[in-house]
Design a protein around this ligand. Sequence first.
Ligand code: ADP
Ligand code: MG
Length: 625
Amino acid sequence: MAAGWPPQRHTSLASLNPRGGEGELRARACSATARSGAGDAAAERARPGLRVGAAPPAAGAAAAKEERIVVLETENAALHLKLAEYQGLAGRSTHEVLQLYSAHGEQQKLQRRSVVTQLHGAIKRFKQDLKSLRSFAFELSKKFQRQSQTYLYQILTAVQGIQLQNEAMQIFQIKAFDLEQSLQEVTERYEKEKQKRRALHNSLVELRGNIRVHCRIRPLLPFDTTGHSISQDRQRTFSEKVAHAADDETVLVKCSRPGHTSINKTFQFERVYNASESQDTVFADVAPLLTSLLDGYNVCIMAYGQTGSGKTYTMLGPQLEENFPFSTEDESELGIIPRATQEVFRLISEKPSGSYWVEVSVVEVYNNEIFDLLAKDSCGKVFGVKRDVVTTREGKSDVPLLTHETVENASEVLHLVSKSLQLRVRHPTLVHAHSSRSHLVVTLTITTVDSGENFGTSWEEEQTSQRLNKEVSCTFPQKMRDNKSTSSSRPSSPAQLEATEKMKQVKTRLQLVDLAGSECVGMSGVTGAALRETSFINRSLSALADVLGAIAEQRSHVPYRNSKLTHLLQDSVGGDAKLLVMLCISPDQKYLTESMQSLGFGTRARQVQRGQVKKKNFPVPSKAK
Ligand code: ADP
Ligand code: MG
């Protein structure tokens, strides 16, 4: 503001003291104005003088100069006034600025103070946080220390536990080793005991006789009274029980004829079953023979008796309408064939796996012909094919081309037997509508791979093994290799099969025979073809009696070949086999003749004395199947 305004004299004063400067200026302006007023009056006075007369030139120039000075002083005063005004304004502005400045300073101070206060608060909070953090960290470290101590303790305990366990393990290992040793000793002792058991069992079986005859008297049944007989003199409308089991070894038969006093006849057998004795009881006496079978002996169990006397019931079980005898609904009714089959597989399961094979064949001897009941046609349907029985070079009987099915369990056997039973030739006789007119022979062939464990080492068995060692290894039938090998009794790998092929094989046979009825022709009232059947049946049963007689008399020639039946059973009834004949007796008076004939057959068979049976100890060459 002052910059645009040059008079130096006053500017320096104003800058030193604005207020003082302003007053000075105002005073100067007033004096200038006063002087201007005086100048004006002088000018006024000069003008009339001029106008009145002419003044001298020097006085005029001085007056003009004076005038000019007054004007300039006036102007100067006015300017001073203005300057003072501006200086006042400037002073005020400066004051305001100073006021604003101080207000701003105050505000800044306040702001700073509040920031400082805030900062203080924050620092305080921060300090508190820090404090709590410190205490938290302290707690945490204490906790961590505590926990680490606990864990350390646990680890130490666990380590100690492991050490203890290790020690215990070592003790157990020592104990296990001791146990293993004692187990080995026990096993060795067990093996010795087993051999002794075998020897004892065999002696027991021998004491009982290698041909045993048991007799079963069936109960009186409804068809005994309603049954039709052709012979009028024999026909009765009531039943009279004439055959009884006096005790479990004696049969008592009351023989009476019209006009004669009745005589009681007794027959002794190894075992006699009365009418109330169950299938279970009958089988319990049969089962020991099966142990002999796995000990290496051929076994034959046959049911002998007239039609309707209970042979099929005893061998198979009660036959249902649809001719399926192995109803599993009532297992207590099952006969010897299903039970023996189950027992054989049970015994095999106790032996080392892969050491036994079981094959089954089912044949029927009808009208002195052998029919293979497992042979299948090109469509795989079972139909009876005629086969022949021959004697091999070793003097054994064999049926070439006979179907042998490899089986893995009892139910497979029973399924095959059931199927073949559908083919069994039957003809309803007058005695019983379900009479079987053929002999049924179910054969289980058990092949034993002799690794030296399956047979004992008694003197006799040593002889056996010496003989076995001389034998040439034989191979398994191809059929057996082709079969799926899931059984525990088969090798599980080709290598195992190959290895076992090189071993010796021993074959033993279990023949289970349901013979055809032994009744007299006149009794059953058959004629024509049926009469021919009966004649064949009777001839084959006579041949059986002759064979047993020849063996009893130790004749050099035993007429096995007189009948296909005896030829087929040659290895099971003669030589080294164990035979059980189950005589089946109808207790009724009207079958007295047949019952007596059966009891006579049994008595003769019982008298057969043979030398000590030899164990089945030769490897059988594989047969073409
Ligand atoms: P077989 O075969 O000797 O001709 P079966 O076995 O067919 O005679 O028996 C003839 C009938 O007698 C069948 O109905 C059979 O169920 C019955 N039977 C045989 N023995 C007994 C027995 N011990 N208990 C009950 N029923 C029997
Ligand atoms: Mg029968």
